[in-house]
Design a protein around this ligand. Sequence first.
Ligand code: BDR
Ligand code: CA
Length: 328
Amino acid sequence: MVYNIYHPILQPPEGIGVERLILDCDPGHDDAIAILMAGLDEKLELLGITTVAGNSYLENTTMNALKVVEMAGLDVDVYAGCARPLLRDQIVAPEIHGSTGLEGAKLPTPKRQAEEKHAVDFIAEMVKAYPGEINLVATGPLTNVALFIIRYPDLVEKLKRIVMMAGGIAFGNVTPVAEFNVYADPEAANVVLRSSVEKVMAPLDVTHQAIMAAEEIERLRKTGSHILQTLADLLDFFRSTYLDLFDIDGAVLHDPCAVMYLIDPTIFECEDLYVEVELDGNLTYGQTVADIWKTMKMKPNVRVLKRIDRKAFFDRLFEDLEKLAVRK
Ligand code: BDR
Ligand code: CA
């Protein structure tokens, strides 16, 4: 069916093209931007935010999600999930995101609290309510997502897809070959990659093409909006840790790439690949091993984002964030 925007009858039904999502995250500076995009972009309907331990401990990532929701005036509930990885010892990332997971600016004290329900049960409830319609976007370690798959095997097929910021094909960022979200819970990532549901993965290879430069952060500050100035402060903190640790001068917007895929997949060049997580290697624990040359003769199990149209990405991001300028 081709809809004609000028024809009074042939209008698309309300909500067509809108993607329903749950954002499973560990805020985290780039997670905070992902929350804002998910809550502000007209192409998306954010049903809830679920939190997981990752960049910081669960109490912190949950509090940070609540603070971001409060700051932006979003009407969305937050559900806390897993406080620890499935098997491995816990790691957190204060060297990147500060001791609370979201250092760099003072955010408002949230009025709402996290809901009683566990994140994994909330995901299940939503999948039951909207079979075939839920996009589960994961921007932290995959513990909650794996637990959902293990706890509710009959619901897995009823997810629309999982979109995850996870892994690195050519390089890692915690070890030479392992990316943080996968390294923080490789066994969970393994459960997810082996599941039958449609999967999309934004690895470091693509997220390192979405770096917000100092002038772009300044553009937020210059709007004069208190919220956008706060965001600029957060992003400058994130930028400074990347400069110290990786010699990268910019805020690497890993997690927004996963949300952007739902908003406009045409911004990305992708390839369907067979990807497994290394669980035994001494030097390679947590590596996402992608069979680029099909040497393993396996069916691809995940769509891997490879390249991004940087201009289109930032145009849409600013369009979304600048909606906050009119809010107090
Ligand atoms: C991922 O790790 C975290 O630090 C970021 O929030 C992102 O999800 C990048 O490796
Ligand atoms: Ca994250």
